[in-house]
Design a protein around this ligand. Structure first.
Ligand code: GDP
Ligand code: MG
Length: 697
């Protein structure tokens, strides 16, 4: 079914973001329902955070996990892009935000702005994502729309301005006053809220409505001449004028309209869709994107011009029943089936088989996809999440292909020995799809060591092993993913000069070892071993490649505990050549000896992952939380008061915050919330190695 193409101005690329349990799933379900995409409302399963995520994946099937789903509304096409709601998926969250133009931030009307909503908000700001806020769950006792608006202003530091005044009290009243038009609507349960009925603005809220509307007009008058004129002349501005002014402010990122409702009670979803269409940007309004030239590294810009060189960012790879779907956002040029595109990361050409638009339950093949569009591509063989596809003559990288180092590892083995090869293939596939998930086989035990960005991240992968690959596995406890790093420099030498099996083998190598060029903490794991050859180096030219290869392999593993070694700088400084006797095995062995002797002389540090934390709690719980953080050697950055709430931020070794959810629950009687994000690595003090089960060595 090839739909008529929708002009870009009528398109919205949208994410729904929320703290867990705020109602993201329920809101998404209702959107599918009211746009007519799904004829029945889905059920939401309750459960723990982890289970909720997985149950959601299972229960929603294609609709939510499809990475992008198109729904129609008022002659527009809204692309709902699934954003992983959990910080364990930081890289993925960042990338999703990058390809989004707008987002709906769903809040829990009782809890208000929670730590995770704030984290996501900061990421949204960084990527220029324009936002609406939706205060959900207003039917619940203790919910307070205006308190949440205040919370938003204080914690997000932006003019959050209500454009609605929801009137919700239990079952009796389900109504909304639209502050733009000053009209009120009632939602009814008999028809599942499908046709809201207009009612007069209830007398008892007239005053509040007048105040809120005046606030809205004042906020808009700050930057809109026509609204200012109307306010000064005490005229009623037209709704169309107010909408235009609101749209301009949302687009410039200087105002966040706040709406409210109760998704579970079918209240407020259609007005939310209206607001998406009215206020959030179309891809045409978002402008260009920046990247770097794949070879020179020079900063480049691509504007959303169909005549420009083709360029798209892949943000998700989904294994469909019979083919891989690579989701991409087009940034410039036109993508067409059959076209060849260059992937600068792997330096290979990909041939696009089909260009698809995903609807909730079907795909439609497109003849072309224009800048701003989000499509699924088939036929690509090498490209994964995070890759750029572009023209060979205009190679651009939209994203640096540096991924944060995994912070957790866990041992996995198949329950049945017969599944070994299947497990190997499945793990390789998962690692291919997700660059923040790595897999390595322990040579001694034959077990697999998988590594990822958090407990949930690893759990989701295991869930996929069962669900998608039908593999039952046993897994060990998650552990901190330590690394080793060289401190200072050292040198070593090696010499081989003997007869082996009747052949004289000779080689002599001297090398110097140093830490790699300085990098930021977050780049640690991206450091590669660098090898260079001093003028004094006597190793014959034709043997150098083999020597380098051997050294590089050996330098992957830390000399002290066998953890991955952060890249080192190896300088081949000397040695000796004996023409006639020089041999490849001789030099490879001598180099290995030299490296080992340099390692033995070097100071090697153990590095551990650090996490940035953000904890929000009521003041009475704060002293217990701070005491506990101190015991965990946390580095406290800031302690701030926000209304009734206290927020503490800082960083702490991951080692100390395993199972922190449970700790925090008992420290705060369940009232606190927290978010953890990987923040690079730090050196573990030598005195602590014993406590980590790592003996002195
Ligand atoms: P998510 O974790 O953000 O996806 O949140 P869910 O949509 O799964 O909702 C979390 C819980 O809140 C579920 O039990 C929902 O049924 C419930 N919920 C969602 N929206 C509302 C609402 O408007 N009112 C009430 N009372 N409960 C809601
Ligand atoms: Mg959910």
């Amino acid at each position: 079914m090839a739909a008529a193409p929708i002009p870009l101005e009528r398109m919205r690329n949208l994410g729904i973001v929320a703290h867990i349990d705020a109602g993201k799933t329920t809101v998404s379900e209702r959107i599918l329902f009211y746009t007519g995409v799904e004829s029945r409302m889905g059920e939401v399963h309750e459960g723990t955070a982890t289970m909720d995520y997985m149950a959601e994946e299972r229960a929603r099937g294609i609709t939510i996990t499809a990475a992008a789903t198109s729904v129609p509304w008022r002659g527009h096409e809204i692309h709902l892009i699934d954003t992983p709601g959990h910080v364990d998926f930081t890289v993925e969250v960042e990338r999703c935000l990058r390809i989004l133009d707008g987002a709906v931030l769903v809040l829990n009307g009782v809890a208000g702005v929670q730590a995770q909503s704030e984290t996501v908000w900061r990421q949204m700001k960084r990527h220029g994502v324009r936002a609406l806020a939706f205060v959900n769950q207003l039917d619940r006792p203790g919910a307070d729309f205006l308190r949440c608006v205040g919370d938003l202003k204080k914690r997000l530091g932006l003019p959050a301005v209500p454009v609605q005044y929801p009137l919700v009290s239990g079952r009796e009243r389900r109504a909304l006053v639209d502050l733009v038009t000053r009209r009120a609507f009632e939602f009814h349960e008999e028809d599942q809220g499908r046709t809201p009925r207009e009612i007069p603005v209830p007398a008892e809220v007239e005053d509040e409505v007048a105040v809120l509307r005046a606030e809205l007009l004042d906020a808009l008058a700050e930057e809109s001449e026509p609204v200012l004129a109307a306010v000064l002349e005490e005229r009623e501005p037209e709704p169309a004028l107010l909408r235009a002014a609101l749209r301009a402010r949302v687009l410039s990122g200087t105002l966040v309209p706040v709406l409210g409702g109760a998704a579970l009670r079918n209240l407020g979803i259609q007005p939310l869709l209206d607001a998406v269409v009215d206020y959030l940007p179309s891809p045409a309004e978002v402008g260009g994107v920046r990247g770097v030239h794949a070879h020179s590294g020079a900063v480049l810009e691509r504007s959303p011009d169909p005549r420009g060189p083709a360029c798209a960012l892949c943000f998700k790879l989904v294994a469909d029943a019979n083919e891989d779907l690579l989701f991409a956002r087009v940034y410039s040029g036109v993508l067409k089936p059959g076209m060849k595109l260059y992937n600068p990361r792997v330096k290979r050409m990909e041939r696009i088989a089909r260009v698809l638009r995903m609807h909730a339950d079907q795909k439609s093949a497109l003849g072309e996809a224009f800048p701003g569009e989000i499509v699924a591509l088939t036929g690509c063989k090498f490209s994964v999440t995070g890759d750029t596809l572009c023209e060979h003559e205009e190679p651009i990288l939209l994203e640096r292909t540096v991924f944060p180092a995994p912070v957790l590892t866990r041992v996995i083995e198949p329950r049945s020995g017969a599944d070994r090869d299947k497990l190997r293939a499945a793990l390789e596939r998962l690692a291919f799809e997700d660059p923040t998930f790595t897999v390595r086989q322990d040579e001694e035990t034959g077990q697999w060591l998988v590594a990822g960005m958090g407990e949930l991240h690893l759990e989701v992968k295991e869930h996929r092993l069962a669900q998608d690959f039908h593999l039952a596995v046993n897994s060990g406890q998650p552990r901190v993913a330590y690394r080793e790093a060289l401190v200072g420099s050292a040198s070593g030498s090696g010499r081989v000069d003997r007869v082996l099996g009747g052949v004289h083998v000779f080689g002599a190598v001297e090398l110097e070892l140093g830490p790699p060029a300085p990098r930021s903490a977050s780049e640690i794991a991206s450091a590669r071993t660098v090898i260079d050859w001093d003028e004094r180096c006597a190793i014959p030219g034709d043997l150098r490649a083999a020597v380098a290869e051997g050294l590089r392999l050996e330098a992957e593993v830390g000399p002290r505990f066998g953890f991955p070694l952060d890249g080192v700088h190896i300088r081949l400084a000397g040695g000796e050549s004996r023409p006639g006797l020089d041999s490849e095995p001789g030099f490879v062995q001598a180099a290995s000896q030299a490296l080992r002797s340099a390692f033995a002389a070097a100071e090697v540090a153990l590095l551990e992952p650090l996490m940035d934390f953000e904890i929000g709690a009521p003041p009475e719980a704060m002293s217990a939380i701070l005491g506990d953080l101190n015991a965990k050697q946390a580095d406290i950055r800031e302690l701030a008061a926000e209304g009734e709430w206290r927020i503490v931020t800082g960083s702490v070794p991951l080692f100390h915050v395993f199972g922190y959810a449970t700790t925090l629950r008992s420290l705060s009687q369940g009232r606190a919330s927290f978010a953890l994000t990987p923040a690079g690595f730090r050196r573990v003090p030598e005195a602590e190695l014993g406590a980590r089960g790592l003996a002195w060595s």
